[in-house]
Every structure is written in structure tokens, then in C-alpha cells.
Design a protein around this ligand. Structure first.
Ligand code: SF4
Ligand code: SF4
Length: 374
């Protein structure tokens, strides 16, 4: 029984046009030695394999994904394969490309924001005038009714009290935080910096920054579940986490070489995506890192995964194991987190939101779509 859809982050290129201090994709860091681009035809060939494994969400990322010359086609192929495409971008090319992406079937947009100060954000990105481009792109996406979130990395550039004013003025619905990473990844991902002074937090500073996320909830919608932030704080303190990560089971990373990885943080790929059907789920309990997308989904998916595991135990006649799997404090906490994010879960889940699915299939004009999703 599969209740919980699989999510896959897809890096379509290692090229970026920005200079973010805390990221090694930045073009001024000299870490990208060979420019790479995912092959559209090959990804299209892989989509049915991903779908058969349970993938219902693909998040396109980079580098900067809008630099991929066929990003609209990649989005369209995913949508046509029945997998909801989302995308995270720095927003520089958004005004030019957002309409085509929406026409192609984009269902969620994330735009990176580094600071409560637009000036600081543009300085860190090395892109003057970026704010106005983000504002224009976000407005177009909102007019078409898709969720648009700010993606903010926890860093010294963020003052939490002042963040809502900027995010509201740029038109964001909500914010999702990601946590800083200093150690290099074992995978092809370069979203880390060993040298950035913006993210060299010691333990008390990082705990305080995570507390800032909790305070912000009173003023602006934060998408990271509270239980997830608390688990990351446990990790930072060296305490045992409550939730096992779903990386390698319900959440995967696919790179421009079409290699499928347990996650960005893993040291070797599981294999080619074309062999995905033969690659086993990774169910050993891993809590080695604090990557937000994996940790947040681990909390939200925990309840559904527990039900799946209980159903399989029941099918095997193991009644006590089934009961033990479901009646846990962590499952109750996951249910609370899902309830807290009910609005977004319904909005993003195709089989809970059939009206939106029909709207995507028919791709009606803007005014009609606004009516459907209002
Ligand atoms: S954080 Fe994003 S925009 Fe900034 S350098 Fe890295 S990939 Fe580029
Ligand atoms: S905790 Fe980190 S390293 Fe472990 S599976 Fe999850 S994302 Fe990967």
C-alpha cells in the first residue's frame, strides 16, 4: 500500500548567474569546472520510471534552473507524465519566463530571499535590480493561482522581526527556511560553503536563529513544521531526533547526469535513474544532516509512512508490530503537523484537490483559472 507520494529534487544544471556567499554554485567561487545541463529527452525517458516508483512531485533546482534553455519543456514533460512540477529560482529571469512555465504546468514556485533587507539580498546575490524582477514574477505567478513561497537560508543576513514586511511587499504567501551547510556534500550538489562568515554559527547562535523562526510564526506563515524545527534543534544540541529521515525512501535527489541519489548529502549515487525500479528503499534510520526539505517532509510524511508500515505488518499477521508502529508519540506529532499545514497539503496534493488537477489538464485561460483556485 502506498499512501505517501514520492518527491524528487531534480538539479537541471550546475550553472548559476549569482554570487551568493554561502553557496558554491556561485559563478565567482570557481567550483564548477564543467558546465552541465540535464538532457530533456533523457529526463522524459526517466519520468515513467519515477512515476512507477511513486513520484508525484518534482522540484526543479540548480544551479539556477531558469538558465536551462529547455526549462519550460522539462516542466511540461513532468506535468504530462502526471508529476507535479515545482521550481526554486533566484528570480532573475522570472519576469521573462514565468508565463511559459505556468503554461507548461508549473504548480509551485519558490524564490530565494537572503535577508529582510532587499539591498543586502541583492548584494549577496550580486544581482542589482533583482528585487523588482522577483516582485514582477511573483505577481504573475499569483495571478495564475499557484502557491509562491520565499525560500530563506538561515544566515547572519536575516533579522526575523523585519522579514514579514519585505516578504509581504514582494507578494509571497509564506516562507520556507533552509538550514546552513558548511560541510561539502558527497553528491554533485554544491549548496554549501566551508568559508562563508554568514553561516559559521556556533551552537547557541544556531539555536537562537531557529528560535527566531518560531517567533516569526506569529506574524507570517512559516511552512517548516514546528516539530521539524524542534528536531533540527535536537540535532544541533547533539540529542537524538524523533523523526527518521525519509531520504532514500520517499524523497530522492536526481542530478544532471541522471544519477539518482538517496539525498544531496549522500556520498555515492544509488545508481542510474534508469535502474531505479531495481534499487531498494533505504530504510535504515539516518539523521546525519539537517537538510530542511528532507527533514520537513520526514515530519509531514511520518504519519502516512507509519500507516503504510502498519498495513504491511497487518498483511503479514504481525498485529503487535502494526499497533506499535501507529501508536507512537512521533505519529501524533506528525498528525498535528499535517493538520497545521492542511491548507498547503490540500493545495499541493492532486488527489485531494481534484478541481485544480482538472484545471491543469485543461489549461484554461487566466481568468478561469483564478476562479477555480480562489
Ligand atoms: S543559492 Fe542559488 S542563486 Fe545563489 S549561487 Fe547557489 S544556486 Fe546560485
Ligand atoms: S538525514 Fe541527511 S544524510 Fe540522512 S538521508 Fe536524510 S538528507 Fe540524507
Amino acid at each position: 500500500m502506498s499512501l505517501v507520494p514520492l518527491v524528487c529534487d531534480v538539479s537541471v544544471t550546475n550553472v548559476c548567474n549569482a554570487t551568493c556567499d554561502f553557496c558554491s554554485y556561485a559563478y565567482d567561487k570557481g567550483q564548477v569546472h564543467t558546465r552541465s545541463w540535464i538532457d530533456r529527452k533523457e529526463l522524459a525517458r526517466a519520468l515513467p520510471i519515477l512515476y512507477a516508483r511513486g513520484a508525484r512531485y518534482l522540484n526543479f533546482q540548480g544551479g539556477e534552473p531558469l538558465l536551462h534553455p529547455e526549462i519550460d519543456g522539462l516542466v511540461a514533460d513532468a506535468a504530462d507524465a502526471g508529476i507535479r512540477p515545482g521550481l526554486i529560482t533566484n528570480g532573475w529571469l522570472l519576469p521573462q519566463r514565468v508565463e511559459a512555465l505556468l503554461d507548461a504546468g508549473l504548480r509551485m514556485l519558490l524564490v530565494s530571499i537572503d535577508s529582510h533587507s532587499l539591498e543586502e539580498h541583492e548584494r549577496n546575490r550580486g544581482l542589482r535590480g533583482l528585487g523588482e524582477r522577483i516582485r514582477a514574477g511573483v505577481q504573475k505567478a499569483r495571478q495564475r493561482g499557484i502557491p509562491v513561497y520565499a525560500s530563506v537560508t538561515v544566515s547572519r543576513l536575516v533579522q526575523y522581526d523585519d522579514l514579514p514586511d519585505l516578504l509581504t511587499s514582494l507578494g509571497f504567501d509564506a516562507v520556507i527556511f533552509s538550514y546552513p551547510r558548511r560541510k561539502p556534500f558527497g553528491s554533485s550538489s554544491l549548496v554549501f560553503s566551508e568559508t562563508s562568515s554568514l553561516i559559521d554559527f556556533d551552537e547557541p547562535e544556531l539555536i537562537q536563529a531557529l528560535d527566531g523562526i518560531e517567533s516569526l510564526r506569529r506574524h507570517f506563515r512559516v511552512m517548516n513544521p514546528r516539530a521539524s524545527v524542534e528536531d533540527v534543534q535536537r540535532h544541533v544540541r547533539g540529542e537524538e531526533e524523533i523523526f527518521a529521515c525519509v531520504g532514500g525512501h520517499k524523497y530522492f535527489y536526481l542530478d544532471w547526469n541522471l544519477d539518482i541519489w538517496r539525498c544531496e548529502a549522500w556520498s555515492e549515487p544509488l545508481g542510474s535513474v534508469f535502474d531505479f525500479a531495481e534499487i531498494a528503499d533505504q530504510r535504515d534510520r539516518c539523521n546525519a544532516c539537517t537538510m530542511a526539505c528532507y527533514r520537513d517532509n520526514s515530519v509531514l510524511m511520518h504519519f502516512g509512512v507509519a500507516l503504510e508500515d502498519a498495513a504491511s505488518a497487518l498483511a503479514g499477521g504481525r498485529l503487535r508490530e502494526a499497533a506499535r508502529t501507529v501508536f507512537r508519540r512521533s505519529v501524533l506529532s506528525s498528525i498535528r503537523s499535517v493538520a497545521g499545514a492542511a491548507h498547503e497539503v490540500v493545495r499541493l496534493t492532486p488527489w485531494l484537490n481534484q478541481r485544480t488537477v482538472r484545471a491543469k489538464a485543461a489549461r484554461p485561460p487566466t481568468s478561469e483559472l483564478e476562479e477555480i483556485t480562489s
